[in-house]
Design a protein around this ligand. Structure first.
Ligand SMILES: Nc1ncnc2c1ncn2[C@@H]1O[C@H](COP(=O)(O)OP(=O)(O)OP(=O)(O)O)[C@@H](O)[C@H]1O
Length: 234
């Protein structure tokens, strides 16, 4: 199976006025194969979101290599990383980040305006197809702000899948939802990614969500720079 994510010797330091920047993240190796699905769990502040930001190319490591789909993204400029992300990564946030005054359909079509590879008609058909996939065909023309939080997250998932990215990164996608809705949403996401052969990496605090994944990485083990506050106090 093709390797999709390959990180080695990653180091990220906080910028500091003291001239002695503290290490935030030190990850020896982290890899994921095509179609693989994994959850990242760990205490608050252990670097889970920071790892996703590195993988999405939102920030660059101080040292180390991040290869996504065979491309060394740590060596790209910010503009090149933006382009790479737009073409290959779907990012799902805890806070959904939808436009509340636009309909579910329009929120997904916004992706079309950014990538503009399809005609408006094709984009509309695809957005409708995706809303059907996340079982929201009855809410296509509802404004996002009028939808329940679970429905809003399903729109956000459909939006993230629109450009058929090879990699889906999700940062606490169920963190704003009650546990039943959260489990339902994660089950959709897992199924959709499996069908499409996408690599899925999900940050979660929730043990039940974690139990849906056969691979669970614990940030305390992954991140050598992380020292639990309790140990420091002792
Ligand atoms: N640019 C930055 N400069 C300095 N410190 C940072 C920066 N980005 C993140 N941090 C720090 O790195 C640590 C890890 O943050 P991160 O948000 O990745 O943790 P997390 O595991 O996702 O936590 P949570 O579960 O609470 O969201 C935190 O202590 C945070 O304050």
């Amino acid at each position: 199976m093709t390797t999709i994510i390959e990180c080695s010797g990653i180091e990220l330091r906080a910028s500091s006025d003291s001239g002695n920047p503290e290490p935030l993240l030190k990850i020896n190796t982290f890899t994921m194969k095509q179609s693989e699905q994994a959850a990242i769990m760990g205490p608050s502040g252990s670097g889970k979101s920071t790892l996703l930001h590195l993988l999405a190319g939102l920030i660059k490591p101080n040292n180390g290599s991040i290869q996504l789909l065979g491309q060394a993204i740590h060596a790209l400029s910010e503009k090149e990383r933006d382009h790479f992300r737009g073409a290959n990564i779907g990012y799902i946030f805890q806070q959904f980040h939808l436009f509340p005054h636009l309909t579910a359909l329009e929120n997904i079509m916004m992706q079309h305006i950014i990538t503009s590879r399809l005609s408006a008609r094709e984009a509309k058909e695809k957005a409708q197809f995706l809303l059907d996939k996340v079982r929201l065909s009855h809410r296509v023309h509802y404004r996002a702000g009028m939808l329940s939080r679970g429905e809003q997250q399903r729109v956000a998932i459909a939006r993230a899948l629109f450009h058929e990215p090879k990699i889906i990164l999700a940062d606490e996608p169920t963190g704003n939802l009650d546990s039943k809705t959260g489990l339902d949403i994660m089950t959709y996401l897992i199924e959709l990614c499996r069908e499409a052969g996408q690599t899925l990496l999900v940050v979660t605090h929730d043990e039940q969500i974690g139990s849906l994944f056969s691979r669970v990485e614990h940030m305390q083990k992954l991140n050598e720079a992380y020292y639990p506050i309790t140990e420091i106090k002792q």
